[in-house]
Write a protein that binds this ligand. Sequence first.
Ligand SMILES: NC(=O)c1ccc[n+]([C@@H]2O[C@H](COP(=O)([O-])OP(=O)(O)OC[C@H]3O[C@@H](n4cnc5c(N)ncnc54)[C@H](O)[C@@H]3O)[C@@H](O)[C@H]2O)c1
Length: 350
Amino acid sequence: MGTAVSTTTQGQPAPGNVIRFGIIGYGYWGPNIVRNLGSLPGASIESLCDKRAHALRRASQAYPTLKLSSDSRELIRSPQIDAIAVVTPVWTHYSLAKAVLENGKHLFVEKPFTSTVAQAEELVELADKHNLKIMVDHTFLFTGAVRKIRQLIDEGTLGNLYYYDSTRVNLGLFQHDVNVIWDLAPHDLSIMDFLIAPRPEAVCATGQKHLNGYEDVAFITVYFPERLIAHINVNWLSPVKVRTTLIGGEKKMLVWNDLDTDEKLKVYDKGVDISNQEDVYDLLVSYRSGDMWAPQVEQVEALNIELQSFLDCITNNKPIVNDGRAGLQVVRMLAAASNSVAKKGELIYL
Ligand SMILES: NC(=O)c1ccc[n+]([C@@H]2O[C@H](COP(=O)([O-])OP(=O)(O)OC[C@H]3O[C@@H](n4cnc5c(N)ncnc54)[C@H](O)[C@@H]3O)[C@@H](O)[C@H]2O)c1
């Protein structure tokens, strides 16, 4: 862990300075934030907070010199801290994030940003007002695979997109405060927001609750302009873990299997051409079946790159890709999907 140095004013570190962090939440994901922030020369961890004693015990075993607290207010009010990472369950994000921003600190907050659209809008406004940065942990945007897919789309390799179709299923981990849509779909919704330029027009979703009162299986369809359609299948009751996304374009199609360590991405030169003869019964359909290749995907720990980018954006006052507005857009989609599930799949216009 780096050593803390002084900042010019709270929340506005001078260029070259170390940004002093407080971290709230040391459950399942928190240790990854601590480990990655602790490895970055531009950051120091001033204090870690969790309200559960056994979480703090685990932290002190892993990091014996780290300052620990069970009261988040100590970190949020501390003049020794410039930025706070909120790594707690979704229902706690808004009140903690609001206090962080009101106390003049930059905010790194877990996905999904908030539980409601109104909460996300308020936090975005608050950050603007106080000239503070928000980064929402949309980790996948910093993976080699998503960066490569973005490049293939931007270069026109895939051509106009037809569909994005993702399966993100496994057994558990059941969340206690949100359904499977709010737990797993933020990944795909943030990836789609990053990859697809046109804004989505409408959402419909269906789902079912089997065990703990929250939907554990759900199917979300998103309509975009120009006949681009997306489908996301999220499920906590799958016997096997699947993380596979198909993206079809008019020129090429790709398969992203995130569980494949060597060849995560495969691009297929496959497609269908239809030419219209004089009458409609004379459609000429030709199938193109060319080469497949697996582009090189950078093997990086996405969270590390993401946190480095957060430091860079604070220090050099750069815009953040996954900022509060990106977080708000994902929350809008999640809210629309949940609304549609409650109405048995009704189409919700955005
Ligand atoms: N980016 C990713 O890929 C990714 C992966 C997993 C989880 N997450 C997100 O991380 C967040 C946390 O998930 P988790 O699985 O680690 O949850 P968790 O329940 O395992 O851990 C949360 C911790 O926060 C602590 N906590 C809750 N409220 C607190 C408060 N007011 N003050 C101090 N401590 C408090 C709890 O005691 C607990 O130890 C969620 O928003 C989740 O969606 C993101």
